[in-house]
Design a binder for this molecule. Structure first.
Ligand code: SOE
Length: 394
């Protein structure tokens, strides 16, 4: 619980859809479970539609509203701007906020292009020199089992990393009747499954291994090229009408990669894996052991210790709910488990702590830029096809 004596940190949130709701929950909850050095205030929520943003502010707990994000940045009672808009506005809002001296939390992927991400990373570096902090929202880093996975790798329990196998599987547009949304428009989202969910597994695998991708070979596919335009929106998807719109992003991305330490990697990001709702699956094999994670069973990490006697060795199912596990001590007794929203709460905890300590939080905008470079390399490789080898028909 955060002491009422702690200095206030006024927050302005831009956007109130799925991510805005998740971030609101985190800003509200973090000070109740963690002893934060600053007291976040849900000062102002911004969105273009006045009636809708007023309704959202009431539901999500914000004190005030604005219909223009620029007004949020001008306000003296806002010290931090949280950007939860589609990717096409990230760069403009984040750079303006940093230049105005506001700390920034920006949803992933950092931007819609490498050029935008470079400009954001440059603005972040300049701002950091003035004590203004920024962070990109790769929130799954803050799942306790992922933190434990990174700790095991850093402690040498896996040895040298040989294989990285990563999948992010969803199915919310597997039905061709699922309607258009901004996530299916290149102008708004930058890319499709690649940037929306592939970015997470790129970040997670680099975070867990402590290594970076050095190159990729990729395929992208858009299975359903036209979809009904929405007549009503939902958190993801919505209801489609008679008119159709063109899907201008990938539905699925599959790519190979190589890590700095020489590990071979496979990545798959798709919204067409029927039955898989939010399955982030990561398996890593090293010279001394292996680990496996699936977000659909997010309180568990599987670990195989290759140094144990073969006769009794086996994958052990670690229930990552002990107080010694990352973030867990602040929550429930062992075995009671955490959910999707807790990663966002931990993100707030780490960001606020870094701001109070005068440190640069991670993942930084520079980290976001590096992921953006991987996404761009995947797109280039998929378009190029020069390493694709056709198999002659018999
Ligand atoms: C939609 O695919 C989405 O909401 C992503 O945008 C989020 O980053 C992920 O956490 C859940 O799925």
């Amino acid at each position: 619980m955060t002491s009422p004596d702690r200095p206030a940190l006024g927050v302005g949130l831009i956007g109130y859809a799925f991510m805005g709701a998740a971030h609101s929950q985190a800003w509200r909850t973090a000070p109740h479970f963690f002893d934060l050095p600053l007291r976040p205030q849900l000062t102002v929520l911004a969105g273009r539609n006045s009636a809708a943003v007023t309704d959202a502010a009431q539901r999500l707990g914000w004190s005030d509203t604005e219909t223009d994000w620029r007004r949020v940045i001008e306000r003296d009672d806002v010290a931090l701007v949280d950007v939860c808009t589609p990717g096409d506005t990230h760069a403009e809002i984040a750079i303006a906020a940093l230049e105005a001296g506001k700390h920034v939390l920006c949803e992933k992927p950092l931007a819609n292009s490498v050029a935008e991400a470079e400009a954001m990373a440059e603005a972040a570096a300049k701002a950091a020199a003035r004590g203004v902090r920024s962070m990109v929202g790769f929130t799954y880093r803050r799942v306790p089992a992922i933190g434990l996975a990174r700790r095991l790798v850093a402690d040498g329990r896996l040895g040298d990393i040989r294989h990285v196998r990563a999948q992010y599987l969803q199915d919310w547009i597997a039905d061709p009747a699922a309607p258009m949304s901004w996530r299916l428009e290149k102008d708004k989202a930058g890319s499709g499954a690649l940037g929306d969910i592939g970015a997470h597994i790129v970040d997670l695998t680099q975070y867990i291994t402590g290594e970076s991708l050095t190159g990729v070979s990729a395929m992208l596919e858009t299975f359903v090229k036209k979809r009904p335009l929405p007549t009503a929106t939902g958190k993801l998807g919505g209801v489609g009408g008679a008119e159709t719109g063109e899907v201008t992003v990938d539905d699925a991305a599959v790519f190979l990669g190589r890590f700095t330490g020489g590990a071979l990697a496979t990545f798959e990001a798709t919204r067409f894996a029927i039955g898989r709702k939010n399955a982030i699956r990561i398996e890593i094999n090293g010279s001394a052991g292996s680990l496996a994670f699936d977000f659909e069973d997010m309180n568990v990490l599987q670990f195989f210790d290759g140094t144990e006697a073969a006769g009794t060795a086996g994958f052990r199912r670690i229930l990552v709910t002990e107080p010694e596990h990352p973030y867990v001590a602040a929550w429930w007794p062992a075995g009671h488990g955490l959910g999707y929203e807790h990663g966002f709460t931990h993100q707030v905890v780490d960001l606020v702590t870094a701001i109070a300590k005068g440190e640069d939080p991670v993942p930084s905008f520079a980290d976001g830029l590096q992921v953006q470079r991987v996404l761009a390399a995947v797109e280039r490789s998929a378009a190029d096809r020069s390493t694709w080898t056709d198999i002659p028909a018999a």
